[in-house]
Ligand binder design. Structure first.
Ligand SMILES: *Cc1c(COP(=O)(O)O)cnc(C)c1O
Length: 369
C-alpha cells in the first residue's frame, strides 16, 4: 500500500491526548494498564501509539495477532505483549522467539503445542493466559473442570509458563448491568476454584473499568485510550476522555456552477441554484464510506454538505460561498466553533466509532503531534 503523503488528506493523531487518557485510567483504576493496540492501534497507528502508551505508564500491550506483537518487538518495545486471540499452533516457536504471551482456550491446543515445543531445545517457556468464556460466546474454556485440567497440564509440562487468566464481558458498555453481573459472577466462581493465581488476572476492557467494580490487577485498555466513550452516547464518562484522532484535507478545486449542474456518479445531485461546489481528495477507498453522502464536512467553521455520490478517491461538497482552493477541510475534529466526532460519523453510518476509526485506510498518512 502506497501511503499517500503527497496529497493533503491526513489523519492527525494527538499523542498527548493518548498519554492523558492513559494517565487518567491508571489513576482511576489503580491497576496495571495494558494498552490495546490491535488493528493498527484502532486506526491510530500501532507503533507510535504503543510508544506513547508506554511513556505514560502502560506496562504492557494487547494485540489481536502474532504479527502485531512481532511488529512491536521489531520496533524495540520490550514490555509484555499478549495476543488476545488464538494463534495457530505451528506458530508457537515465533511466540517464544519474540517473547509474546498467547491466549489458550483448550487442552487440545496445549497438547499440540507441547508436541511441537518438546522437539526443540528451548530454554525459554511459552507464556500463556487462560481465557474463560463467561458468556461472550467467542473464545475460552467453558467449564472449571476443563480449566483445572489445563492448569495441571501446564504445571506438569516443562514448556509453559502460566502467566495469566482472563475473561471478556459482552455488555459492560450498557446501562442494564444484569448480564455483566452474571458473567462477572461466573468469573469469580472460576477464580475461587483455582489452586493458585497467575501473575495477571484481568477482566476489564475500557467499559468494565469505567463503569463496574471488577476483579483483577490489570486493565486491557482499548477505546478509552483513544479518547472515545466505549458506550457511544449511552453512559457518562467517569473522567473526561480526550479524542486523539482528527481527519483533515483541503479543497483541491472550487467552482461556480449554474443551476441544474450534475454532481458525481449517477448524477444523484443537481445544483438547485447557482452554487459553489468544492472537491475534497478523500473517498471510500480511504475508508470514508459512500453512505456519508448527505453528511457534512467543516470549512472555516461552517458545515458544508457532501453532495453527489462519494467516489473512490474524491468527494464534492456544497459551499455557502466561494472558499479559496487549498482551504482546510475537517472531516473529523474541530474547526472553528464546530466539531465532527467519530461518534457523529458512526451515528450517520449506524455503526460504532470503533469501526469508523478502524476503517480509515492505510492510504491516509498518520501525522503525530
Ligand atoms: C479489543 C479487546 C479489548 C479492548 O476493548 P475496549 O472496549 O476497546 O477497551 C479488551 N479485551 C479483549 C479481549 C478485546 O478483544
Amino acid at each position: 500500500m502506497a501511503v499517500s503523503y503527497h496529497r493533503p488528506t491526513k489523519a492527525i493523531i494527538d499523542l498527548e491526548a493518548i498519554r492523558q487518557n492513559i494517565k487518567q485510567e491508571i489513576n482511576w483504576s489503580k491497576k496495571e494498564v495494558f494498552a490495546v493496540v490491535k488493528a493498527n492501534g484502532y486506526g491510530h497507528g500501532l507503533v507510535p501509539v504503543a510508544i506513547a502508551a508506554a511513556e505514560s505508564g502502560a506496562s504492557g500491550f494487547c494485540v489481536a495477532t502474532l504479527d502485531e506483537g512481532i511488529e512491536l518487538r521489531q520496533h524495540g518495545l520490550m514490555q509484555p505483549i499478549l495476543v488476545l486471540s488464538v494463534i495457530s499452533v505451528q506458530d508457537v516457536l515465533l511466540a517464544i522467539k519474540y517473547d509474546i504471551s498467547i491466549t489458550v482456550t483448550s487442552l487440545s491446543w496445549l497438547e499440540k503445542a507441547q508436541h511441537i515445543l518438546s522437539e526443540e531445545s528451548f530454554s525459554s517457556l511459552l507464556k500463556v493466559h487462560i481465557k474463560i468464556d463467561t458468556g461472550m460466546g467467542r473464545i475460552g474454556f467453558l467449564t472449571s473442570s476443563d480449566v483445572l485440567e489445563a492448569i495441571s497440564f501446564i504445571d506438569e509440562s516443562p514448556n509453559f509458563n502460566w502467566e495469566g487468566i482472563f475473561t471478556h464481558y459482552a455488555t459492560a458498555d450498557q446501562i442494564d448491568s444484569s448480564y455483566w453481573k452474571k458473567q462477572h459472577g461466573c468469573f469469580e466462581k472460576m477464580l475461587s476454584k483455582l489452586p493458585y493465581l497467575p501473575t495477571y488476572v484481568h477482566d476489564s476492557n475500557s467499559a468494565t473499568s469505567l463503569w463496574h467494580h471488577s476483579q483483577g490487577n490489570m486493565v486491557r485498555l482499548g477505546i478509552a485510550m483513544y479518547g472515545l466513550n466505549p458506550s457511544g452516547r449511552a453512559m457518562e464518562e467517569v473522567y473526561p476522555l480526550k479524542p486523539a484522532l482528527s481527519l483533515e484535507s483541503e479543497l483541491i478545486q472550487v467552482k461556480y456552477l449554474t443551476q441544474g449542474a450534475g454532481i458525481g456518479y449517477g448524477k444523484t445531485y443537481e445544483t438547485t441554484e447557482n452554487q459553489w461546489i468544492g472537491t475534497v481528495p478523500i473517498g471510500y477507498a480511504d475508508g470514508y464510506s459512500r453512505k456519508l453522502q448527505g453528511f457534512y464536512v467543516l470549512i472555516e467553521g461552517k458545515r458544508c454538505e457532501i453532495v453527489g455520490r462519494i467516489c473512490m478517491d474524491q468527494l464534492m461538497v456544497r459551499l455557502p460561498h466561494e472558499f479559496p482552493e487549498g482551504s482546510k477541510v475537517t472531516l473529523i475534529g474541530r474547526n472553528g466553533d464546530e466539531q465532527i466526532t467519530l461518534q457523529d460519523i458512526a451515528d450517520q453510518l449506524e455503526t460504532i466509532h470503533y469501526e469508523v476509526a478502524c476503517l480509515l485506510s492505510p492510504r491516509i498518512p498518520r501525522e503525530y503531534k
